[in-house]
Design a protein around this ligand. Structure first.
Ligand code: B1M
Length: 210
C-alpha cells in the first residue's frame, strides 16, 4: 500500500519535483493511476480547500498546490480513462465567466477525450457568447460547463439562456458540474445533466449522446 499521506503533505507544500517523483514512484509500485488521483491528489486538494477556508493557506500557496496537481495529472493522463470506447461526439467545455478554477474541468475534458469524444477545451472565465460561438464554429453536439464558486453558478444559467437564444439548444446536450453544483440546480437551470466527478461525467456524456 502506497503512503498517500506523504503525497498529500507534498501536494499541500506545492513541491512539484518531489510530488511528481512520488507519483512516478507510486506508479512504479503498481498503484493504479485512479487511486493516486482519488486518494492522493484530490484528497490533498480537499485539505488545501479547508486550509484556504480557514486562512491557513493563501492564494499563492494554493496556486503552487494547484500547479503541482496539474503536473501530476499530466503524468497520469495517459493511464486514466476508459480505453477503446466508441462513444463519439464533439464537446465544447469550459469554466464559466468570472471563474478561474480549471483543474476539475480539465480532468473532465481528459476523461471525455479518452472516452472517444472530440473535445474543445475553451479554458476559464468564458462568457456565454464565447461558448455560443464555439458551439457554432465546431458544430458541437454537447456543451460542458464548469463552476467552482457559488457566485459564478448563475453564469451557467446565463450561458444556457444564450444557447437557447442562439437557436441551437435542440442540437446540443448540456452537462454541468463543479463542487457547488447539484442535480437540483442543473434541473432548475435547464441543463440536460449533472455529473459530480470526471468519471461520471464521461458516463453521462455517453448516455446523453445515445
Ligand atoms: Co478557489 N475556491 N478561489 N482557487 N479553490 C474553492 C472552490 C473553495 C471551495 C475554497 C474554500 O473556500 N474552501 C472556495 C469557493 C467557495 C464557494 O463559492 N462555494 C474558493 C474561493 C472562495 C476562491 C476565491 C474567491 C478566493 C479569493 O480570491 N478570496 C478565488 C476565486 C477566483 C476566481 O475563480 N475568480 C479562488 C482562487 C483559486 C485559485 C486560483 C488560487 C485556485 C485555482 C487554480 C486552478 O484551478 N488552476 C483555487 C483552488 C485550487 C481551489 C480549491 C482549493 C481546489 C479546487 C480543485 O481544483 N479541486 C477549492 C477547494 C476544493 O474544492 N476543495 C477552491 C480539485 C478538482 C479535481 O475538483 O474542481 O471540484 P473539482 O472538480 C471535480 C468535480 O467538481 C467535477 O469533476 C471534477 C473531477 O472529479 N467537475 C465537473 C468539475 N467541473 C465539472 C464539469 C462537468 C462535470 C463535472 O461537466 C461539464
Amino acid at each position: 500500500m502506497f503512503d498517500f499521506q506523504l503525497l498529500i503533505e507534498t501536494l499541500i507544500r506545492g513541491d512539484i519535483p518531489k510530488l511528481t517523483g512520488l507519483v512516478k514512484e507510486a506508479l512504479a509500485r503498481g498503484t493504479p493511476a485512479q487511486e493516486i488521483l482519488d486518494n492522493g491528489l484530490i484528497a490533498g486538494m480537499d485539505i488545501v480547500g479547508e486550509k484556504m477556508e480557514n486562512a491557513d493557506m493563501f492564494i499563492p500557496e494554493v496556486l503552487m498546490s494547484a500547479k503541482a496537481m496539474n503536473a501530476c495529472v499530466e503524468i497520469l493522463k495517459p493511464l486514466l480513462g476508459e480505453q477503446g470506447l466508441v462513444a463519439k461526439g464533439k464537446v465544447v467545455i469550459g469554466t464559466v465567466k468570472g471563474d478561474l478554477h480549471d483543474i476539475g474541468k480539465n480532468l473532465v475534458a481528459m476523461m471525455l477525450a479518452s472516452s472517444g469524444f472530440e473535445v474543445y477545451n475553451l479554458g476559464v472565465d468564458r462568457a456565454p457568447d464565447q461558448f455560443v460561438a464555439e458551439i457554432k464554429a465546431k458544430n458541437a453536439d454537447m456543451l460542458g460547463l464548469s463552476a467552482l464558486l457559488t457566485t459564478t453558478m448563475p453564469m451557467m444559467k446565463q450561458t444556457i439562456d444564450a444557447v437557447v437564444e442562439s437557436g441551437m439548444r435542440d442540437q446540443v446536450k448540456i452537462m454541468v458540474g463543479g463542487a457547488p453544483v447539484t442535480q437540483k440546480f442543473a434541473d432548475e437551470i435547464g441543463a440536460d445533466g449533472f455529473a459530480p466527478d470526471a468519471g461520471s461525467a464521461a458516463k453521462l456524456a455517453k448516455a446523453l449522446m445515445k
